[in-house]
Each structure stands twice: as structure tokens, then as C-alpha cells.
Design a protein around this ligand. Structure first.
Ligand code: 13P
Length: 235
């Protein structure tokens, strides 16, 4: 099971370091069989810890260059980062990244051996058109994406469940992950209002290999609390 925290535009360099210190201490004690990943803002990037992989929420597909405001491979390497989120719905919808640019990012960071969490998810108006429309929309988000890349992790995040406090219903999660599993053999995470009240139910859904968490990940103890109901019984 993978537990990934996406801080989005929350936390500073100092609070991220304090967060990682506190979460690392909790994970050291618990020794969960989980992969734990944290994606802080670019200003807070730093080397991974023993129990926590630190990744970038975004990066430009170049080593360096005239790309004002961006960070690229050189900046990521400075902090020993080799994990990156690509295709998050907020970058598609708010920042206007189209599939061509997202695929270019994917190809670049795949070429450099990065672990990639590749995000897909449909808006409400597509969900309301029915499951076939959802499936078609999601597969279009894999255009020019190598779904067999060995360091790929997919994150399914229905846009209409992100930040709402209301996750997708288990049946909808199960059906969508099953559809993705028809072609995707890599881990598939669910994201969209994961919280302490729904984590146990979501974690037991077939083809859910982990969660990508926003709001409920911003406090290390609360993020750790998501792992407790999913952890194997202490022997
Ligand atoms: O976008 C998300 C993680 O990438 C989900 O955010 P929330 O958990 O706040 O819904």
C-alpha cells in the first residue's frame, strides 16, 4: 500500500522539515510495510528520508533553460529528487497544461529514470454522462504515455471529489480502477477527499494500491492516522 501526501501550495521549507521529522519518527516506530511519499512545494524540496520518499509536485521537461518560474532536472538533482507528480488535474485545469505538454513531461522524466505518479481523473460533467464517457475520457489522458514504464504509478483522482470532503463512492472507485487495471499493470492510487472516515473502506477496494492525499495529509499525525486502520495486525 502506498500513502502519498500532496501538500499542493501548503507548508514552508521549515514546516516541511518539521513535518518530515515528525512523520519519520512515527514511521520508524511503526515499521509499516507501506511506501510513504511526500510532495512538498518546490521551495521545500529536500532529500528523502529512510521511511519517506520526497518528490516534486511539478517540474519542467528540461535540465535547465529560459523557463521563467520553472524548476527542472538540475534543480531536482540538487535535492536528490527522483520522484515527480505529472498530470495533476489542478495543473491541467488551473495551470492549463494540455495532454501534449504533459506527455512531453512524462517522456522527459521517464528518460531520466524518475519515479512518476501520473494523475488522471474526469470532471463532474463527464461522470454525469455515464461510465463509458468516463472510461473514454481517462484513456485519452493516457495518450502518448508509456503505461508499461517500470517506475510508473498511476493516480486516479476524480476531479469532482478533490477538495470536497466527499470521496467517490466505493462502487465508482472499484469500477474505475477495474477499468484502468484492464491495461495498467502498475500500482493505481485513488485520490479525492481521502480521510480517516473513508480510508479503511477505500483501502480494501480491489485494484486500489494506495492513496494520494491532499487536505488530510497536511498534518503528519493525521496523515499517519490514515495508515493505522490499514496496517497489518501487530504480531
Ligand atoms: O488532489 C488531491 C491529491 O493530489 C486530493 O486532494 P484532497 O485529498 O484534498 O481531496
Amino acid at each position: 500500500m502506498i500513502f502519498a501526501a500532496n501538500f499542493k501550495m501548503h507548508h514552508t521549507r521549515q514546516s516541511t522539515t518539521e513535518y518530515l521529522d515528525r512523520l519519520e519518527a512515527l514511521l520508524e516506530r511503526a515499521e509499516y510495510p507501506f511506501k510513504v511519499m511526500v510532495f512538498p512545494p518546490a521551495t521545500a524540496l529536500q532529500p528523502s528520508r529512510e521511511w519517506i520518499t520526497v518528490g516534486a509536485q511539478n517540474a519542467y521537461p528540461a535540465e535547465e533553460g529560459a523557463y521563467t518560474g520553472e524548476i527542472g532536472l538540475s534543480q531536482l538533482h540538487e535535492f536528490e529528487i527522483d520522484t515527480v507528480l505529472i498530470g495533476h488535474s489542478e495543473r491541467r485545469q488551473i495551470l492549463g497544461e494540455d495532454q501534449e505538454f504533459i506527455a512531453k513531461k512524462f517522456a522527459f522524466y521517464r528518460e531520466h529514470g524518475f519515479q512518476i505518479i501520473y494523475c488522471v481523473g474526469e470532471p463532474l460533467e463527464v461522470r454525469e454522462q455515464g461510465f463509458e464517457a468516463v472510461a473514454e475520457y481517462l484513456w485519452e489522458q493516457f495518450d502518448d504515455i508509456d503505461i508499461d514504464y517500470e517506475r510508473l504509478i498511476v493516480a486516479y483522482e476524480p476531479v469532482w471529489a478533490i477538495g470536497t470532503g466527499q470521496a467517490a463512492e466505493p462502487e465508482a472507485i472499484a469500477a474505475t480502477h477495474a477499468e484502468l487495471r484492464r491495461r495498467i499493470k502498475r500500482p493505481i492510487l485513488y485520490g479525492g477527499s481521502v480521510n480517516p472516515t473513508n480510508i479503511a473502506r477505500i483501502a480494501e477496494i480491489p485494484d486500489v494500491d494506495g492513496v494520494l492525499v491532499g487536505s488530510a495529509s497536511l498534518d503528519p499525525e493525521k496523515f499517519h492516522a490514515l495508515m493505522i486502520p490499514v496496517a497489518p495486525p501487530q504480531v
